[in-house]
Design a protein around this ligand. Structure first.
Ligand code: 5RP
Length: 265
């Protein structure tokens, strides 16, 4: 691996081999998502806990300070909306000039395996890898299911992750599921866990992240379960504990519960 790519990889996978990405890209197809109406305001108190922020170029330029210490993973696919025809009908939205100008440490693109746009979105990934690789920019493939959340089982996710790795992704983001080891073990590149809709209770998040990492994931790319939490900073701190400090779900939950109290003293 050339110096540039190795350097960028070290920004998105820390020396312990783990990573914590804060996903705030949802507006690219959902518009002003609850609690993410102002991304800058939502992101600022959380950045100290995370390794990288996953956003579009529009939000990065308008709401995130260029002096920020956190690495940036740029969401570079889109072209659809919640009120449009099919969420899978995506294209690559951001040129390599922009990726370089914005000093992104990596880029992210969605791939909709099994959809009507499977071929198109796999080629989006392939073309993006072709464009980014000469500049040493790592590509994160997002195995996306659109509104078909029931697709999130090990058989489907293992298929989708393996295809993304074969096409050239440096990292693959996918959902945690039962028998998650099957997904990780058949994917030759590192796997990070996406969150999905906010869970019923807070402990559940810590549990599935812990279990996913026990099963071989290197970290998370989480959004709603952090910034839609009633205590986003406490949840980010607790997740940092699970990811980088090997806390168990119980230990992390204690940290979550005590965080706000300690902060006010
Ligand atoms: C949206 C995404 C998100 O980055 C990803 O789903 C993680 O966010 P959440 O934890 O809220 O699901 O790719 O398309």
């Amino acid at each position: 691996m050339d110096w540039g790519k190795e350097n960028r990889m070290s920004k998105v996978i820390k020396p312990d081999g783990k990573c914590f990405y804060l996903a705030m890209d949802h507006g690219y197809f959902q518009g002003p998502t609850t609690r993410l109406e102002n991304v800058g305001q939502a992101a600022t108190p959380l950045l100290e806990f995370v390794d990288a922020l996953f956003v579009t170029r529009g939000v990065l330029r308008s709401q995130i300070s260029p002096k920020v210490n956190t690495s940036i993973i740029l969401r570079v696919s889109g072209g659809t909306s919640m009120v449009g025809g099919d969420l899978a009908n995506e294209a690559v939205t951001t040129s390599i000039d922009e990726i370089l100008r914005l000093n992104a440490s990596a880029v992210g693109v969605s791939v909709f395996v099994g959809s009507d746009y499977e071929h198109q979105t796999i080629l989006n990934l392939a073309n993006l890898v072709n464009i980014c690789e000469p500049y040493g920019i790592p590509v994160m493939a997002v195995t996306a299911v659109g509104l078909e959340l029931e697709k999130r089982d090990a058989r489907y996710l293992a298929l989708a992750c393996r295809i993304c790795a074969e096409i050239g992704a440096s990292v693959v983001k996918t959902y945690y599921c039962e028998n998650f080891q099957k997904v990780v073990n058949s994917c030759p590149v590192p796997v990070v866990i996406a969150g999905g809709p906010k869970t019923e209770n807070d402990f559940e998040v810590l549990e599935f992240v812990y279990q996913g990492m026990q099963d071989g994931a290197i970290g998370v790319n989480l959004g709603r379960n952090i910034w839609q939490n009633s205590q986003p900073q406490a949840m980010a701190r607790a997740l940092q504990g699970v990811i980088h400090e090997s806390l168990t779900p119980n230990e992390a939950f204690e940290l979550y519960q005590s965080y706000e109290q300690e902060k006010s003293h």
